[in-house]
Write a protein that binds this ligand. Structure first.
Ligand SMILES: NC(=O)C1=CN([C@@H]2O[C@H](COP(=O)(O)OP(=O)(O)OC[C@H]3O[C@@H](n4cnc5c(N)ncnc54)[C@H](OP(=O)(O)O)[C@@H]3O)[C@@H](O)[C@H]2O)C=CC1
Ligand SMILES: O=C(O)C1=N[C@H](C(=O)O)C[C@H](O)C1
Length: 257
């Protein structure tokens, strides 16, 4: 399989290039943001633009920026290519456009490609179903490196969605309380709270806390190495071979959906 990497000079892009080769797939090359000034990793072909990337690859992996998600998904649909999307910070309209493209080609879109996180997401849903929202306040705390541009993290939002799903609702309906500051009023019952910390070079830490009057239960995941995301994304790309069109996530790839 020929795999192309969007943003191949980025933190994730470089690791993805290594993992494509380690998996025995063909690295079709990658793109670098125009004006970036960064060079692709040695040995990787630099492709002039996203259209050339989708022409050269069977599957494209994109860990760049939310604003690239729709143009890339649209190109995947037009070229009939598989697409693995890891960028975070997509808004609702961008997510809808990705889902629309997935009616024509198979797309894996996941907030986090590390296997352990996806297990935590599955557990979060089950715990939320068992712990009444009126008694157990769900709070999500995440910490990332100082360069991260979006908050809360995509993984934190996925955790919030898993909790809401376990409670038979959606994150929008449950209510998202994030960035509390000043006279916020008391916490709304059933709302899901988010707090984002940024500093140093933390790869990614997420804690989901269920806080009741008499007990706390916490699920914590810590990533120490971005390679876990890269191996997961390459696994997803290989898994796409022969799949029918559809919007899949990493739980589908791992068989824990
Ligand atoms: N789903 C998952 O498992 C994971 C998701 N992520 C997500 O992947 C994305 C990339 O993370 P990371 O590799 O750490 O970030 P980096 O900033 O290191 O890499 C992103 C690369 O994409 C390039 N790029 C292309 N188009 C754009 C654009 N429109 N705006 C900004 N950059 C662009 C950047 O260019 P330039 O260098 O010139 O700025 C950069 O080289 C983030 O959204 C992050 O949250 C990260 C890890 C795991
Ligand atoms: O930007 C990052 O670094 C990460 N982004 C993803 C997210 O927003 O959840 C995944 C991981 O936490 C690392």
């Amino acid at each position: 399989m020929r795999i192309g990497i969007a943003g191949i000079a980025g933190r994730m892009g470089r690791l993805l290039a290594e993992e494509v080769t380690a998996a025995g797939a063909t690295l079709a090359g990658g793109t670098v943001r125009p004006g970036s000034g960064k060079a692709p990793p040695s040995g990787a072909a630099l492709l002039p633009d996203a259209a050339a990337l989708f022409a050269a690859a069977d599957v494209v992996i994109d860990f760049t920026h939310a604003e690239e998600a729709v143009p890339h998904a649209t190109l995947a649909a037009a070229a009939g290519r598989g697409f693995v999307l890891g960028s975070s910070g997509l808004n609702a309209a961008q997510e809808r456009a990705v889902a629309e493209a997935a009616q024509r080609v198979p797309i894996v879109y996941a907030a986090n490609f590390a296997p352990g996180v996806n297990l935590v997401l599955a557990l979060a849903e089950r715990m939320a179903a068992a712990l009444p929202a009126a008694q157990y306040d769900a709070e999500i705390v995440e910490m990332h490196h100082r360069q991260k541009v979006d908050a809360p993290s995509g993984t934190a939002i996925a955790m919030g969605r898993a909790v809401a799903k376990g409670r038979g609702t959606t994150l929008e309906e449950a209510g998202k309380e994030s960035g509390r500051d000043g006279h916020t009023g008391a916490r709304a019952t059933g709302a899901i709270g988010f707090a984002a910390l940024r500093g140093g070079q933390v790869v990614g830490e997420h804690t989901l806390l269920f806080a009741a009057a008499t007990e706390h239960i916490a699920l914590t995941h810590r990533s120490f190495d971005r390679r876990a995301y890269a191996t997961g994304a390459v696994r997803a790309a290989l898994w796409l071979q022969g799949r029918p069109p559809g919007l899949y996530d990493m739980k589908d790839v791992l068989g824990i959906g």
